[in-house]
Design a protein around this ligand. Structure first.
Ligand code: SF4
Length: 201
């Protein structure tokens, strides 16, 4: 079966480059179903090379999209160096903004600040906050970094502000209203946007 490296949601082109993730979220669609759309598995039998990703993008009519989004069954920034290569080509060829949806743990993963690498390539980064505090985050997201993941993702989002024009923390709309408000305050405190996403379960 062919790998679904790219897929469409409304007028955005999504790029699926890895199934690796440092989280094991209880709500992750990876553990529930095979794809976001029937017949479109996002499981990769192996990670596609940069050339394969670019070839998959070239098959698309890019004039139909208003945005390119790195997102999939896994954490895109597990492949930050490959993302930069792909973004370089995309930016040279198409006038489209690029977004990354991330768990915000890349600096923990690489053991250094990778946010400067994204400057000039990524226009919008959406970091999943998911919970109002470290304890609840870990109960829900089961990060390989334990409760340190929560402060790590907040520090990551704050660093992104220096290099990326639009930074947001996001939560899904299944959280209790008071938790959503607490999360909104956290975003306000570090000076980034806040986004409530509709849960796709
Ligand atoms: S961060 Fe995203 S890809 Fe990773 S386990 Fe959680 S929901 Fe799944």
């Amino acid at each position: 079966m062919a790998m679904n490296i790219t897929y469409e949601i409304r007028d955005a082109l999504y790029i699926n480059i890895t199934n690796r993730c440092t989280n094991h979220c209880v709500f992750c669609v990876r553990s529930k179903q095979d794809g976001l759309m029937p017949g479109a598995s996002l499981w990769l039998k192996r990670e596609p090379s940069v050339a394969e990703v670019l070839a998959a993008i070239e098959k698309r009519d890019m004039s139909r999209y208003r945005e390119v989004v790195f997102c999939g069954y896994g954490e895109p920034l597990s492949r930050v160096y490959d993302i930069i290569e792909i973004c370089k080509k995309l930016k040279a060829q198409y006038p489209l903004p690029i977004r990354i949806n991330t768990n915000g743990q890349a600096n923990l993963l690489y053991g250094k600040d990778i946010t400067p690498l994204l400057a000039g390539y990524v226009d919008y980064i959406s970091v999943s906050l998911n919970a109002k505090d470290a304890y609840s985050y870990q109960a829900m997201c089961r990060s390989e970094y334990g409760e340190a993941a929560f402060s790590g993702l907040l520090a990551f989002a704050e660093r992104c502000k220096k290099h990326i024009p639009h930074v947001a923390l996001s939560v899904v709309d299944v959280l209790p209203a008071e938790d959503i408000e607490r999360c909104r305050e956290i975003a306000g405190k570090i000076g980034v946007d806040f986004r409530v996403r509709h849960f796709v379960g």
